[in-house]
Each structure stands twice: as C-alpha cells, then as structure tokens.
Design a binder for this molecule. Structure first.
Ligand code: ZN
Length: 283
C-alpha cells in the first residue's frame, strides 16, 4: 500500500514514527504550519519554524525514505495575537519557496474578527502566489464554522478545486461536497473521525475529492491512521485501486496544483547544517 499523508505535523514526532510510517507504506507527507501548543510571542520564532519545515524536517524525513513538503501560513489560533501580525509580512518570501505546496493551515478557531481578517488576507496571498489552500475547520461549533469558511472561500474568488477543507465529519461533509472544494478527514484515536465512520462516509459520498490524514501532532494522535483506514477499506470490500485513489492519487492531485510536488525517492544527505540524525554512527 502506497500512502501520502496530506496533513501531519512531523516536527512533533520521533524517528520511531518515521520508521513505522515507512514500514506501513507512507512515502510522502505534507506538514502544514500550525500552532505549537506553547503560544509564540514574536514573529521571529515563526521564521525559524518555517525554515525548519523547509530544511531540517525534509532532511529528517529523507533519512527514512519519506518525501516531505509543507504548507505555510499564520494559523487561526495565533492570528488572534496582535504581536504576531507581522508574520503576514514574512509569508510572501516563504510562499515563493520550492518545498511549499500550499498556503495553510488557515481558517477559523474561535471565529473572531481578527481571524476573519487574517483568513481573507491569506486567501488573497494564495491567489497571488497561484497556490492551493489548506483550510482548517474549528473543533467547536463545527457546522457554523464550516458554513462560514465556505462563504469566505466563495467570496475570495478562489476556484473551489484549489481549496481543501479539512477536519470534516458527518455533519459537514455534504456542504463541502456541494461547494466543489476538496474534503479532508483527520482520523484520530479518540475524537473526530475513526476508521469505521470514515468507511461509512466513503460509501455514502464516494472517493472523489476525498483526502484522509492522521493530523498527528504533539497531542494524542496516531501517524499510522492513514494505513489503518486503507486496511479498513480493503476489509469492507473496497479494491486496491480504491485505496490508492484515496491514499495516494487524491493528495497528489490536490498538491500537484502547486506545480512543486516532487515525488522522486528522496536523497538522504549526510547531514543538515552540520547536524545528523545518526548519533555518530559512521555512514
Ligand atoms: Zn494540523
């Protein structure tokens, strides 16, 4: 099984995870820029984080045979901190870089006026830089948040096929299907989607424009959830080709719209900026 995890925060994961992911069939990931748990207090720390998503983390992934791309944005939660507003001025420089395959995660957390402003501004940046967009939907009041998200996307004039609306569930899938945007599902151990609910949605809505991700991060999550959905699909009668459509072809088709997706087997360099993941073991 060949797997592309279109949403996973590898910065928070270990080399054990990379090993297990490779073993499970994961060959490519996209890591969206997001909130790190600890609130940041200065735009400079964002620059270092973005550099890590474009430098150290792809290096680390390549050591384990996995291709790493990222998406760059000011996330919805931290959009509310006025000290971080200058992050928006950093974005054009990063959105021009080769490893960046979308603007994201953007969207709503609490649906504040600040989030409105930062979301519209970043949808504009996506249009300007000719990039697709990864949109996070809020965990509280999900239906209202998703409806509002779709309104703002429509007003932005971005073509819906360039927008991926993520963290969907049974309540929000129909409105996003109707909008023409791509539908993302995050499969977590306890909340949001699980494998069985995902299968039911695939049976009801089909495979078109559907992406499945683990969204694994610093919280309780499982980087092998993509594989577990693939196994559950096979067990419930979907074909190998169906699994390939959902777990590989769809994420490739979505992010290839950036013109920057590079899926050749990664070349594992000796080190990055003088640092290695090898702990002194000779090559
Ligand atoms: Zn995320």
């Amino acid at each position: 099984m060949r797997i592309f995890d279109p949403h996973i925060h590898m910065t928070s994961r270990t080399t054990d995870d990379y090993e297990r992911m490779y073993e499970a069939g994961v060959r490519a990931v996209v890591e969206p820029a997001f909130w790190l748990g600890q609130p940041r207090t200065s735009p400079d720390t964002f620059a270092d984080y973005f550099d890590g998503l474009l430098g150290w983390e792809p290096y680390r992934a390549a050591q384990f045979g996995i291709t790493h791309h990222c998406t760059i944005a000011l996330n919805p939660k931290e959009a509310n901190d006025p000290r971080l507003r200058p992050v928006l001025d950093l974005l054009p420089r990063y959105l021009a870089k080769d490893g960046v395959v979308a603007v994201g995660e953007v969207g709503y957390d609490d649906m504040t006026p600040a989030e409105d402003e930062v979301l519209s501004l970043q949808l504009g940046l996506a249009a300007e830089h000719d990039l697709p967009v990864l949109v996070h939907t809020p965990h509280r009041d999900k239906a209202a948040g998703t409806r509002r998200t779709l309104d703002v996307v429509r007003e932005s004039g971005l073509p819906p096929e360039r927008v991926l609306v993520d963290h969907l569930n049974e309540v929000t899938v129909a409105m996003v299907a109707e909008s023409g945007c791509w539908m993302g599902f995050s499969v977590y151990p306890d909340t949001k989607m699980d494998e069985e609910r995902m299968i039911t949605i695939l049976k009801e809505h089909g495979l078109e424009r559907v992406l499945v991700n683990s969204a694994a991060d610093w919280g309780r999550s499982d980087p092998l959830k993509t594989r577990k959905v693939g196994d559950a699909m096979l067990a419930s009668g979907f074909s190998d080709a169906d699994v390939e459509t959902v777990l590989w072809d769809n994420p490739v088709a979505f992010y290839a719209q950036s013109g920057r997706l590079e899926l050749a087997e990664p070349t594992a360099g000796e080190s990055f900026a003088g640092n290695s993941v090898r702990r002194g073991v000779p090559a």
